[in-house]
Design a protein around this ligand. Structure first.
Ligand code: SAH
Ligand code: SF4
Ligand code: F3S
Length: 466
């Protein structure tokens, strides 16, 4: 879709002049504030939106009292939605003081027609609404808004288009996410993502590799390949290719040092992928493998296409091939059909696998998904009690598993200053754990050898080894 990219670039040139003119009149730069909720896919989209805003001349600020405010929304659980409405209410006062302020909403929530209706009714101070399929059109929508009155709304039901080669403002100089596919075809019964992100579409390997080579030429040493189910990458391409094969090609990019990927669906994780991971020098020693539940009955109701035993067998296979791999997971507690016995199966898997860490969520009903019609087998209180038990178990286990490398010397990629104590640096191990250690800020972006002197649960304290 080169024509589309060129069209957008032309619009950006026009907007650049308009924004420069406005800024001259005001005697100050125009600012933008970008808020992002949700997963890495959304974070990546926000980098693209920020790239467009920077290109047309807006300057970043963290203050929501900005000339342009964009909120990239998530709707995976209800509380993600509630946070957005809360924020929107607060923005009214900024717009009152600065009537030229523009407020844009985009992302997964906007793909739900009821949400858009509610915003039209209750939040008329919003200027631009678009969805997940047309992020590349931000400049065009801004131009349209500047030339018209009223809310500009542009939501696409779905798309086959993948627009390549538009600007992106990277959060880090040395690491970056790279989309390899969009959408999801799995329809797990609790999940809204397939409805708001559309059908699965893989990018061509040559486009992915070209982007990675460019990133490496710009100084990136670590990339994270992104997709809702990377293990089904490439199946729908004209010339099908497996995810494992893509990884092998990425591995060959000279200068690239670390490769991560998210997320792996257990049903599609192939032996070929395990072999490639075990052999690779660049793929990090970490696998995020969402299990969701340990009960075969609940997994069936969730439409996950694997059993408790399948999951355990897969973990064994992975650990046999890569003994020191760090395993993390996602777990949902309180799925409608979950009984106490089902929950005990989840606890059982947690105890057997001994994850390095786990994201745990209380099931949230999403209207329009099959699970929304299922009847609850437990009360809210029972579910909350299960959640607390699970969390305790996970934390106890993680203390042990995460500390297994105490005393060793390992390599970290230095990511920045420690957020709590600026005399310390924070580095990331291949297995995704963080290490805090004394060091000079010049080391940010470089690989360093660090002795892991003290395990602190989910992170280490360390010291540089020269
Ligand atoms: N594609 C990824 C997950 C994306 S959503 C995968 O399949 O692993 C991230 C996590 O949110 C999911 O793994 C799941 O644990 C959780 N989640 C999704 N829908 C949810 C819901 N309705 N209620 C609670 N948690 C949910
Ligand atoms: Fe949602 Fe399942 Fe797709 Fe993950 S694989 S995004 S949980 S439907
Ligand atoms: Fe949320 Fe959309 Fe990601 S619903 S989890 S931001 S795909």
């Amino acid at each position: 879709m080169e024509a589309e990219a060129n069209k957008q670039k032309e619009i950006m040139e026009r907007l650049k002049l308009r924004i420069a003119g406005r800024s001259e009149k005001l005697g100050r730069p125009l600012t933008y504030c970008s808020l992002c909720f949700g997963c890495q896919m959304n974070a990546k989209d926000s980098e693209k939106l920020e790239g467009i805003l920077e290109t047309i001349g807006y300057v970043r600020t963290d203050s929501e009292d900005a000339d342009f405010l964009i909120m990239n929304t998530c709707t995976v659980r209800e509380n993600a939605n509630l946070r957005v409405y809360g924020r929107l209410g607060q923005l009214k006062k900024y717009k009152k003081n600065n009537p030229d302020m523009l407020i844009a909403l985009c992302g997964c929530m906007m793909q739900e027609s009821l949400v858009v209706e509610k915003i039209k009714q209750s939040y008329p101070h919003v200027d631009i609404i678009f969805g997940t399929h047309n992020v590349f059109k931000l400049a065009e929508l801004i131009e349209k808004k500047l030339d018209s009155k009223g809310m500009v709304i542009d939501i696409w039901e779905g798309t086959d288009e993948i627009v390549e080669d538009l600007p992106s403002d990277r959060k880090y100089d040395f690491k970056c996410g790279v989309n390899i596919m969009y959408g999801c075809n799995n329809f797990c019964s609790y999940c809204i993502v397939p409805y708001v992100r559309g059908r699965e579409r893989s990018r061509k390997p040559e486009d992915i590799l070209a982007e990675i080579k460019q990133l490496v030429a710009d100084g990136v040493v670590e990339i994270m390949l992104l997709g809702q189910n990377v293990n089904s990458y490439g199946k729908t391409l004209e010339e099908p290719i497996s995810f494992a094969r893509l990884l092998e090609q990425v591995e060959e990019v000279e200068g690239l040092q670390r490769i991560r990927f998210m997320t792996s669906h257990p049903k599609d994780l192939s032996d070929e992928l395990i072999r490639v991971m075990a052999r690779s020098k660049k793929i990090c020693n970490h696998l995020h493998l969402p299990m969701q539940s340990g009960s075969t009955k609940v997994l069936t109701d969730m439409n996950r296409h694997y059993t408790k035993e399948d999951y355990l067998t897969l973990v064994d296979k992975i650990r046999t091939a890569i003994p020191d791999i760090s395993l993390t997971t996602d777990i949902i507690v309180g799925f409608p059909t979950e009984t106490e016995k089902d929950f005990e199966d989840t606890l059982d898997v947690v105890k057997r696998v001994r994850f390095d860490s786990a994201f745990t969520f209380i099931y949230s009903k999403r209207t329009g998904t099959p699970a929304a019609k299922m009847e609850f087998q437990a009360t809210g209180e029972e579910i909350k009690a299960r959640f607390d038990r699970l969390l305790k178990e996970i934390q106890n286990i993680a203390k042990d598993t995460c500390g297994r490398d105490q005393g060793k010397i390992m390599e970290v990629l230095v990511e920045g200053l420690d957020e709590q104590d600026a005399s310390l640096l924070t580095g990331r191990l291949s297995n995704n754990l963080l290490v805090h250690f004394p060091g000079a800020p010049e080391l940010i972006g470089s690989f360093q050898r660090v002795k892991l002197t003290e395990a602190k649960g989910f992170y280490y304290i360390g010291e540089l080894v020269s």
